[in-house]
Design a protein around this ligand. Structure first.
Ligand code: MN
Length: 296
């Protein structure tokens, strides 16, 4: 196959009708102080995605065949974070109404608010799972409620059950906020690492519909060093993929959309960006596997 196209997986472009997945590049970097470099995340992930096989040896098929289409990059609106979130929400909602599965690629974590709100409007009773080294539960950060450091708090305010996994950076104020709030469950990395966490946590998650957000600083910085706010004591490839597989394949859980955020690449092709691209393709594969098993 000609793999010279500049889209996710470098595959020949398809019509909207034929697409099941829409990849939405959102290199927004509006609330960070300084220049974290996440704006080049989508570019680098898309570029790196041409460097691996489309066949998945674990699944025994080529997941892209279900139809993967890459949208043009959503242009950043720097007039205000609220306006940018609205813009993301509007575009996402358009695709959801066309029965597409959205994959958001950041950019900074704040974009999840726009993506999530659109999904919440479209799906009833939508809940939220986030893999993140940080709890991101602040009320405000750097004078804005839309900072990457507040993303999980904004989503909690939408009335969803919230699960945050892999946390190893949280403030005293956020810990106080968590007290007596049954709808948020934070799993600290040090607790998860005591045993086989993947199975245990998948069992603990309530049945229902979920939006999944992956902040790549969930991973250990020795695996993915290229992120704005790295934290030691993170997670590795196999355990994370095993968790995602079990989560996605669980019959009474439906993943309705996901994003991958906070990659800050130093070059257009790096091993960090390749791992992110491959993770996205792995998740696509598990979703296809699940739909096949359900004849969906
Ligand atoms: Mn984070």
């Amino acid at each position: 196959m000609d793999k010279s196209y500049f889209n996710f997986l470098s595959i020949p472009p398809i019509s909207l009708k034929k697409a099941r997945f829409i990849v939405l590049p959102i290199g927004y970097e509006g609330t960070v102080t300084g220049d974290s470099g996440t704006k080049f995340g989508p570019l680098s992930i898309i570029y790196s995605s041409r460097n691996f096989e489309l066949y998945d040896e674990e699944h025994g098929f080529e997941p892209y065949e279900i139809g993967v289409k890459t949208n043009e990059e959503i242009e950043s609106d720097f007039s205000s974070p609220e306006k940018m979130m609205k813009k993301i929400e509007k575009i996402t909602l358009y695709y959801l109404k066309n029965k597409k599965f959205i994959i958001g690629i950041g950019g900074e974590h704040s974009i999840t608010v726009g993506l999530f709100k659109a999904h919440k409007k479209y799906f009833d009773d939508l809940n939220y799972i986030c893999l993140d080294a940080h709890s991101d539960l602040r009320e405000k950060y750097n004078y804005t409620k839309f900072s990457h450091a507040c993303v999980n708090r904004r989503i909690y305010e939408e009335g969803s059950n919230v699960y945050i996994l892999g946390v190893r950076s949280i403030s005293k104020q956020e810990v106080d906020f968590l007290k007596d709030r049954q709808k948020i469950k934070v799993y600290y990395a040090y607790q998860m690492k005591r045993g086989k966490w993947d199975e245990k946590i998948v069992k603990e998650i309530q049945p229902g519909k979920y939006y999944l957000s992956i902040d790549i600083d969930f991973f250990d910085p020795s695996l993915i060093p290229e992120t704005g706010t790295p934290e030691p004591g993170g997670f590795f490839w196999n355990e994370t993929v095993e968790f995602l597989k079990k989560l996605i394949l669980r019959k009474d859980i439906e993943i309705c959309g996901f994003d991958l955020v906070e990659l800050a690449p130093t070059k257009i092709f790096t091993s960090s960006s390749l791992i992110c691209a491959k993770l996205i393709y792995k998740i696509i594969g598990y979703l296809v596997l699940k739909w096949k098993s359900m004849n969906y």
